[in-house]
Design a protein around this ligand. Structure first.
Ligand SMILES: [Zn+2]
Length: 388
């Protein structure tokens, strides 16, 4: 699985530009009214959030104890040329299932958005141990690639970014402005990007897996549903806006339909769980996200960075946003169990819908039925804000 990377250069000089491109993945203004999900009390106790070591330990435990062949490995063991975080932490993947279709399941690319890790570990455990028909179907249909913690350095620091690191001096690299150089890993898969090691490591892994589908789990700030004012617990997103400037032109609109079908299926499936209130992800003021440098956007665009993806493989991906964030103190301990559970249920429902064919039956235009603010334009990382 190793590839020759001679001559590949890291374009570190574009850091200043990248930082300027950093758009918040966070949601609307924080809610002020009473909200029992999650709490707005601000008592975020990060000690209950899984550390990097906790995640690795849990993965290895599942590898050891699961009935159905959970395989845990580092990207070094998988033969990737670049294979650690900036600070030298191993990057871990777990696989389960024997199917011919590959699914990329990614959590915590933003280090201060923790529950992707917990939720993916839950799904990994379920698929690895549950003998029921549903889970057998998932193992037969898919090979699932779990990345519970894409950004271990940011996770340890409880920050969104990773910090570019001087390996020899073992301290942060400093920019011209005398500050640490931060990279948003979810803006780093671009033709002029791959500034951080994590990006190149996971990109090479993606080019070897060539997934059929992907799911990416994030957190947003607290949010109220447009029109009703109800607390939103969960938002469904597509990082290249459906019917927007970019997505309809990919594969003659295939992903424009498929991503909407995937998310509508999740929306329908989550209705039966009373504690989940789902809407559509928006960046605020009716603006839709349309970023090309996001990892999952680059997957849909079939990015061929430095010739590493010569077949221009691409795959559709959706993302989930859980309301509540560690950095702004809105995570809410009381909601922790439900926050994790809604993600795990959403992942399981989406995988089941893809395996059974139910997703294919969805009318993609029902995307409009999912609560959202009327669309006013597109918030991009390539052309600023584009009015609708
Ligand atoms: Zn995020």
């Amino acid at each position: 699985m190793s590839k020759n990377v001679n001559g590949r250069k890291l374009a570190t000089s574009v850091m200043a530009g990248l930082f300027a491109l950093s758009l918040p993945f966070a949601g609307i203004a924080p809610a002020v009214a009473d909200a029992n999900f999650p709490s707005v009390e601000g008592n975020t106790n990060t000690s209950s959030i899984l550390s990097y070591a906790d995640v690795v330990s849990e993965m290895l435990k599942l590898e050891k104890n699961s009935r159905f062949n959970v395989d845990v490995f580092t990207l070094a063991e998988a033969g990737m040329a670049v294979n650690t975080s900036e600070q030298g932490r191993d990057l871990y993947v777990a696989t389960v299932g024997t199917g011919s279709k590959h699914v990329w399941l990614q959590g915590r690319i933003h280090g201060n958005e923790p529950y992707g890790a917990e939720a993916l570990l839950q799904v990994l455990k379920d698929v690895g141990t549950n003998g029921s028909h549903d889970y057998k179907m998932l193992r037969d249909e898919f090979t699932l690639h779990f990345i519970p913690n894409y950004n271990p350095d940011g996770s340890e620091a409880n920050i969104r970014h990773t910090i570019l690191w001087d390996q020899i001096a073992n301290k942060p690299l400093m920019g011209d402005n005398g500050r640490e150089r931060l990279v948003d890993l979810n803006r780093d898969w671009t033709p002029t990007g791959f500034v951080a090691k994590e990006s190149l490591a996971f990109y090479e892994y993606w080019t070897t897996v060539k997934p059929d589908y992907g799911i990416d789990i994030h957190h947003q700030g607290l949010k109220k549903q447009w029109g009703t004012g109800d607390d939103v617990t969960f938002s469904l997103g597509i990082s290249l806006a459906p019917n927007g400037p970019t997505l309809p032109s990919i594969k003659d609109g295939l992903y424009n339909d498929l991503t909407r079908q995937m998310n509508v299926h999740v929306y329908d499936s989550l209705k039966k769980y009373g504690f989940v209130n789902t809407d559509r992800y928006q960046v605020g003021n009716g603006m839709e996200i349309d970023i090309k440098g996001g990892v999952v956007s680059a997957m849909m665009l079939g990015l061929n960075y430095q010739g590493m993806n010569p077949s221009e493989h691409s795959n559709p991906v959706v993302f989930f946003e859980t309301s509540g964030n560690t950095s702004d103190g809105s995570l809410g301990q009381k909601a922790r169990g439900k926050s994790i559970k809604q993600n795990a249920l959403a992942v399981k429902e989406l995988l089941t819908g893809l395996a059974s064919g139910a997703v294919d039956q969805v009318d993609p235009d029902r995307w409009e039925e999912i609560p959202h603010q009327p669309v006013t334009g597109y918030n991009t990382d390539y052309a600023g804000n584009i009015p609708k």
